[in-house]
Design a protein around this ligand. Structure first.
Ligand SMILES: Nc1ncnc2c1ncn2[C@@H]1O[C@H](COP(=O)(O)OP(=O)(O)O)[C@@H](O)[C@H]1O
Ligand SMILES: [Mg+2]
Length: 265
């Protein structure tokens, strides 16, 4: 039932990596998790062992097949994946057109999944604003905005704070929180930006994730950071973010049960 969106004004900041590893973290806590990809890059599935050659996804037939749950893939564990899929340019444009102009399109597509008892949904988005992120405002419970520990990210903060991402609040439930990714304490600028963001964002900062080579290596081997390098700095950091997300969604850790009420801190 609860729906978490992972987004950012910037590309290449670690949205897909964090979506996948947060899905793993929530599943480790006992939840049944569905990871949905709204990015035409179609890369999220690769984090769950779906082969590069597998072209399946929900977007190509999203208009004719109004129940997108039929395109969900199982991964063997407590995690399910709804890949974007390989699409033609016409199919991508038609999907975005439906998202932008049919106010019920997204709710209809996700209806079965949103009503699946106890299922936690985590969705990955392309960088910047877009029709999917905009349509999500009516359905999402929580947004996790990923930023880097660099000056470009600092300059983009007003975009979020002044509602310039989608022209309004990202959601009307628990609100939006930030994760600062690829923080590197060996670099002065990264240390300074991390300290600035911690001070500026306060409780809105769910966590800081260290730049850690094992993240890229885990990605390359299609494994979660928890399986690939359980004692790494990034595994520790992401686990902590996962716990905060669980707490915001009021998921009882250990049982994975969702208790109806979304916290609004
Ligand atoms: N904490 C981290 N430490 C080191 N590399 C990272 C970290 N987070 C992400 N990366 C790497 O950064 C690149 C971009 O990540 P990705 O998740 O694809 O970003 P996005 O989805 O925002 O475009 C990938 O090569 C990924 O392995
Ligand atoms: Mg991505």
């Amino acid at each position: 039932m609860p729906l978490v969106c992972v987004c950012s004004p910037k590309g290449g900041v670690g949205k897909t990596t964090l979506t996948a590893n947060l899905a793993y973290s929530l599943a480790r806590g006992g939840s049944k998790v569905l990871a949905i990809d709204f990015d035409v890059q179609n890369a999220l599935r690769l984090h769950f062992g779906v082969p590069l050659s597998d072209a399946r996804g929900f977007v190509a037939k999203s208009a004719e097949n109004p129940d997108w749950s039929q395109s969900v893939l199982t991964t063997g564990g407590n995690i399910f994946v709804l890949p974007y899929g390989d699409v033609t340019e016409d199919q991508r444009v038609a999907f975005e057109d439906n998202l932008a102009h049919d106010p019920q399109f997204l709710a209809r597509g996700l209806n079965t999944l949103l009503n699946y008892p106890g299922l936690v949904i985590i969705a990955d988005f392309p960088p910047g604003p877009g029709p999917a992120l905009k349509a999500m405002a009516a359905l999402a419970d929580l947004h996790v905005v990923v930023m880097l520990a660099d000056t470009a990210s600092v300059s983009l903060l007003p975009q979020i704070e002044n509602h310039r991402m989608i022209g309004g609040e990202l959601n009307h439930r628990a609100g939006h929180y930030f994760v600062l990714n690829q923080s590197d304490s060996r670099r002065n600028i990264s240390r300074d930006v991390t300290a600035f963001m911690e001070q500026r964002l306060g409780d809105k900062l769910l966590g800081v994730v260290h730049r850690d080579e094992s993240v890229a290596e885990a990605n390359a081997s299609q494994q979660s950071i928890f399986d690939f390098s359980p004692v790494s700095a990034a595994a520790f950091d992401i686990e902590l973010v996962g716990k905060k997300v669980s707490s915001l969604l009021n998921i009882k850790v250990g049982t994975g049960e969702f208790h109806g009420q979304i916290k609004n801190w």
